[in-house]
Design a protein around this ligand. Sequence first.
Ligand code: TRP
Length: 362
Amino acid sequence: MEKTVGTFEEAVRRSEAIWRDLPTNPQKYRVLTGDRPTGALHIGHYFGSLQNRVKLQGLGVECFIVIADYQVLTDRDTAPRIHENVRDLVLDYLSVGLDPERHRTYVFVHSHVPALNQMLLPFLTLVGMGELDRNPTVKEEIEAAGLTNVNAAMYTYPVHQAADILFCKGNLVPVGKDQLPHLELSRKIARRFNQRYPRDDQPLFPEPMALLSEAPKILGLDGSQKMSKSRNNAILLKATADETAQLIRSAKTDSDRRITYDPERRPEVSNLVLLISLCTGEKPEAVADRLGDAGGFALKQELTRVLNDTLAPVRARRAELERDADEVVRRVLRQGIEEANRRANATLAEMRRAMNMDYGLS
Ligand code: TRP
């Protein structure tokens, strides 16, 4: 019997142990994480995942970041904007401080690493149709996108994602809760490959671990749903200070002047309080106490001030990048793609050897 999923609490506990170990043993870990190129990133991404990546990079951990341009084909017709979306992502990464020039950080796109697709085929034979059909995250995405005629890549992209992670033998994957089913599948694929194709020395693939962070649930400025560019309720990282002020001014609040942190009963006000706390490092309750009965207008003024302060260095870096953006983006991708191809080709050669498909030709 294979070990089964385990609870969310276990995943959180394991992640906490890894966070404690990381500063002392950064060389034990290789991070692989990524995003679909669906548009420019917003402050939800910043507080949710980007800050973490910068922290991992700063600890000296090798970090691969995949821009999943093939995956994005699964649920939308994205071709007209794909190039621009990839460019936006790279510039967002660089402006928050990911720095492939000075660190072991690599940014690459799916479409330019052919060996990933070669890995996909044997991986597909290790997974059952039923398993793909049951994936809760895939089910939710199909529903959210309102797809009636679901393409096959929608069901198989979690297997593709296993190749994304395993090509570089990534063992640490910083993800949100929604990605845990995919990571569990990647672990199974690693384990099953190692079992089916045993080697004399150590098994080929590590079983990658999730690195969860205390992901704050950031709502959009309408206060009713998750922040998301497509819902038009987001503050983009590339927004100017004035645009930020204007967006915050339009945020929904309520008529009670007393500021409290009560996400259940006052989601809109609490969301703004949470954002302040993420900028200042205070606890949300402390922010609410500090503001007392200052009212919604003062709450928004405070958020505008601390958020613009927090984003000032990000914007300054972006302004600098914009002077030569296209060239910078090309350079970062070229470098990331080259390293990704090197690792992926090496791993593919090892896989072929393990699968007895090395015919001594090279
Ligand atoms: N599936 C992820 C998303 O929808 C993106 C992604 C692709 C990814 N490959 C990955 C994330 C590998 C982590 C690891 O956001």
